[in-house]
Design a protein around this ligand. Structure first.
Ligand SMILES: *Cc1c(COP(=O)(O)O)cnc(C)c1O
Length: 395
């Protein structure tokens, strides 16, 4: 999964380009930047890869979510449906927008279940933010259908799924906006970074403004001459981060090829294990293959196999117990612990997060393990790993 495994001369070259000019800012300095616009180049490349019309590179995936919510007009009091299996950033961005996260159920895609959406849509629901977890897609066409039918905005959290596709269409391009993370452990890394894509000129312009203090970027060489059509904030990326990311993005095809090859070797070997079922992939060809996720028959057996795998040095993620990725351990959200009063607390009928129970999701996550697929594995590593996995299932 992590692009940092394959840092090389390409990243050094891009960073050196920037350091030689001393211009670390993505805007202006035309006279001294020697023609280098790394953030802009990254955005062009991201559009090429995803076939999105517009993209904006920013400081993090969380920022990309915040910018997208703002640019799509989602704010105070709006309900936004999200899955309970994600990274905390998804609901953080919603809460920080003043909006209210409402949790749906997941299905065997490990992503939001479109069949369970209509039950939780209210007159305040404004958007749905499915999360394409662990490198692969939700049932995104069905989720989109529900959004269209109900007049809801669709924003995809594709932070973990750069390079994934559904029926050959890039994940992230199904909604009004799609968000990616380029943090230090993602498929492509900028060190810290994020990006959003959209086909809407209006959303793009608002995003571009919001992420840079409202700058309309129309003032020419003098930034001070820009107007500020909206109140924004600073979610800018530096040219140094963009430079690392640009080199990485150029390696995306190579990264995906290695991941798919490594994942298939392990998956094929595990297919004979009678206890194992695999995560449902709506389009297996479009999996970016960052993780291999599988199900066991019971919670007890899942915990036992997880322990055996760890003992045999092929540890897997058991998300059900994870502090950051599953709602069970989000006590800070459940108790609305915060550093200052949040807009969301002003809502008259906040969901009862404290007593939230999502039975379908629990039943799936209790029995789910995920193995991260690494780029650096050798053939020998993979063979040893397969032996260790088989051994773990015997115990
Ligand atoms: C990583 C991640 C984010 C946030 O990205 P950062 O760049 O770390 O802010 C958001 N959502 C999901 C699902 C993620 O995995």
């Amino acid at each position: 999964m992590p692009g940092f495994e394959i840092f090389g001369d390409e990243e050094k070259k891009e960073v050196t380009d920037v350091l030689e000019t001393g211009v670390l800012f993505r805007y202006g300095f035309e006279g001294t930047r020697n023609g280098h616009f790394k953030a802009l180049e990254f955005e062009k490349k991201l559009c090429e890869i995803t076939h999105a019309k517009y993209s904006h590179l920013c400081s993090s995936g969380t920022a990309a979510l915040s910018i997208s919510l703002a640019a799509c007009g989602i704010g105070a009091g709006d309900e936004v449906i999200v899955p309970p299996f994600t990274f905390v950033a998804t609901f953080e961005a919603i809460i920080n927008a003043g909006a209210i996260p409402v949790f749906g159920e997941i299905d065997e895609t490990l992503c939001l279940n479109p069949d369970k959406l209509e039950d939780i849509i209210t007159s305040k629901t404004k958007a749905v933010v499915p999360v394409h977890m662990c490198g692969a897609m939700a049932r995104i066409d069905e989720i989109k259908d529900v959004c269209t039918k109900k007049g809801l905005i669709l924003i995809e959290d594709a932070c973990q799924s750069l390079g994934a596709t559904y029926q050959k269409k890039a994940i992230g391009t199904f909604g009004l906006a799609g968000c990616f993370s380029f943090d230090s452990v993602k498929t492509v890394t900028c060190g810290e970074g994020g990006g959003l894509i959209t086909d809407s000129k209006t959303v793009y312009e608002k995003a571009d403004q919001f992420a840079d203090h409202g700058h309309d970027h129309l003032g020419g060489p003098d930034r001070g001459a820009d107007d500020h059509p909206i109140i924004g904030t600073n979610f800018r990326i530096s040219e140094l981060n963009a430079a690392v990311g640009l080199a990485q993005l150029n390696k995306l095809d190579q990264i995906l090829d290695i991941q798919k090859k490594n994942k298939h070797a392990i998956k094929d070997a595990m297919a004979d294990l009678p206890e194992v079922g695999f995560r449902y992939l709506p389009d297996a060809k479009g999996d970016s293959a960052t993780f291999l996720s599988f199900f066991l028959p019971t919670e007890a057996r899942t915990r036992q196999v997880a322990k055996n795998l760890a003992d045999n040095k092929v540890g897997c993620a058991y998300w059900y117990d994870n502090n950051w990725h599953y709602y069970k351990k989000w006590h800070h959200l459940k108790e609305m612990k915060r550093s200052a009063k949040l807009c969301v607390e002003l809502a008259d009928d906040l969901p009862d997060y404290k007593n939230l129970v999502l039975e379908d999701s629990d039943n799936i996550m209790k029995k789910t393990l995920s193995m991260q697929i690494m780029l650096s594995w050798t053939q020998e590593d993979i063979e040893n790993r397969i032996q260790a996995i088989i051994k773990s299932f015997k115990g």
